[in-house]
Design a protein around this ligand. Structure first.
Ligand code: ATP
Length: 316
C-alpha cells in the first residue's frame, strides 16, 4: 500500500491540492452498429472536445468524498455512483493506495445532456488523484483505467478531434484544421442514454444498421476550414431516437436553421442540439437569437477542438 510520505527527505513532497479541468464532447458523426452480446453497441464516432469545462479539485482529506457545485448540481450523485468518485476508487485499486481525498467538482457541463460531463469529471479525477497521491501512472495505464470507467472517458483525457471505435473508447486522432465555432442549445431535463439506445433498437426493429456513409466526407471537411463543408456532413444515428423521445427538439433544430446556422446535430444521446456557425461573432449572434426564441433552457457558445483533461497551475 502506498501512503503519503512521512519524511520529505525520503520521498517527493506531494501537493495538498490539485485542480484539473476537462472538456465537454460533441459527436460530429455517430454511427451505431448492432447491439453486441455485452449489451453495448459498436460505434464509429468523430468526437470533438469543446471549450465548456468541468473542474475537479482533489484535496488531501482522511476519507474519500465528493462535493458538487454549479450547473445541475442537484442531479449529480454524491456517493459511489459519482463517476469522479468511481475513477478515484479505480485508481486507488490499481495503484494499491488508500483512496483518500475530497473531490470538489465545479460543473459547467450540463448534466445528462449528451455532452459527457460525468466522463469529463472521471477523467479529471483520474489526473487529479494521480498527482495528489503520487501514483504516477503512465498514459497507457490511465487510458486503460479510463476505458473501464466509461466509453467517453478516454476521449475526455485526450481531447482534440478523434475517431472513436469499439464502444467509442478506441481512439485515433483526426486532423481538424482551424477552430470551429458552435452554439449549444441545452434543453430542460436530460435524456437517459440507455433509453435512447433502446428507442433506436425499437425503431430499427431488427433491420441491419446503416453503414458509415458520410464519414469520409466529414473527415475531409474537418481539414477544409470551411463550415459550409462541415455543416451538411454532421450526422448522428441516435438523433431520430432522441427526437422521438423529445419531439420538442424539432423546434430547437428548426429555429437554429432559421437563424442561419450552417449545420446542426443532436449531441450524442441528446437532448443538447449543437449548431455550427461561421465565426465567433456569428456564434454569439445565434446564441442570442436562440435565447430570444425560447426554444431551450440555456444556450452556450463554444469552440473546438480543445485539449483534453489537464492540471491547472496552482493559483489558477
Ligand atoms: P452519457 O455519458 O451516459 O452519454 P451524458 O453525457 O448525457 O451521459 P452526464 O452528464 O455524463 O450525461 O450524466 C449521465 C448520468 O451520470 C446522470 O444520470 C448523472 O446523474 C450521472 N453522473 C454520475 N457522476 C456524474 C458527474 N460527476 N457529473 C454528471 N453526472 C454524473
Amino acid at each position: 500500500m502506498l501512503s503519503r510520505p512521512v519524511s520529505p527527505q525520503l520521498a517527493p513532497v506531494l501537493p495538498e491540492s490539485v485542480t484539473v479541468r476537462a472538456p465537454a464532447k460533441l459527436n460530429l458523426h455517430l454511427s451505431v452498429g448492432a447491439r453486441r452480446r455485452d449489451g453495448f453497441h459498436d460505434l464509429t464516432t468523430i468526437f470533438q472536445a469543446l471549450s465548456v469545462y468541468d473542474e475537479v479539485t482533489a484535496t488531501v482529506s482522511p476519507t474519500l468524498s465528493v462535493t458538487v457545485r454549479g450547473e445541475g448540481e442537484g442531479d449529480v450523485p454524491l456517493d459511489s455512483d459519482n463517476l469522479a468518485m468511481r475513477a478515484a476508487l479505480a485508481l486507488a485499486d490499481v495503484a494499491g493506495c488508500q483512496p483518500a481525498g475530497n473531490l470538489a467538482i465545479r460543473k459547467a457541463i450540463p448534466v445528462s445532456a449528451g455532452l459527457a460531463g460525468g466522463s469529463a469529471d472521471a477523467a479529471a479525477a483520474l489526473l487529479a488523484c494521480d498527482a495528489l497521491w503520487g501514483t504516477a501512472l503512465d498514459r497507457a495505464a490511465l487510458l486503460d483505467l479510463a476505458a473501464g470507467l466509461g466509453s467517453d472517458v478516454p476521449f475526455a483525457l485526450t481531447g482534440g478531434t478523434a475517431l472513436g471505435t469499439g464502444r467509442g473508447e478506441q481512439l485515433l486522432p483526426v486532423l481538424a484544421a482551424g477552430r470551429w465555432h458552435w452554439v449549444l442549445a441545452v434543453a430542460a431535463g436530460g435524456l437517459a442514454t440507455p433509453q435512447v439506445y433502446e428507442e433506436l433498437d425499437r425503431q430499427r426493429d431488427g433491420d441491419p444498421p446503416a453503414s458509415n456513409a458520410g464519414l469520409d466526407v466529414l473527415i475531409n471537411a474537418l481539414r477544409s476550414r470551411d463550415p459550409a463543408a462541415l455543416g451538411p456532413a454532421l450526422s448522428n444515428d441516435l438523433q431520430s431516437a432522441a427526437l422521438s423521445l423529445r419531439p420538442d427538439l424539432r423546434h430547437t433544430l428548426a429555429a437554429g436553421a432559421e437563424f442561419g446556422s450552417v449545420g446542426c446535430v443532436v449531441s450524442g444521446s441528446g437532448p443538447t442540439c449543437a449548431f455550427l456557425t461561421v465565426s465567433a461573432d456569428h456564434a454569439v449572434q445565434l446564441a442570442a437569437e436562440l435565447t430570444g426564441a425560447g426554444v431551450c433552457r440555456t444556450v452556450r457558445a463554444a469552440y473546438g477542438p480543445v485539449g483534453g483533461a489537464r492540471i491547472l497551475p496552482a493559483g489558477d
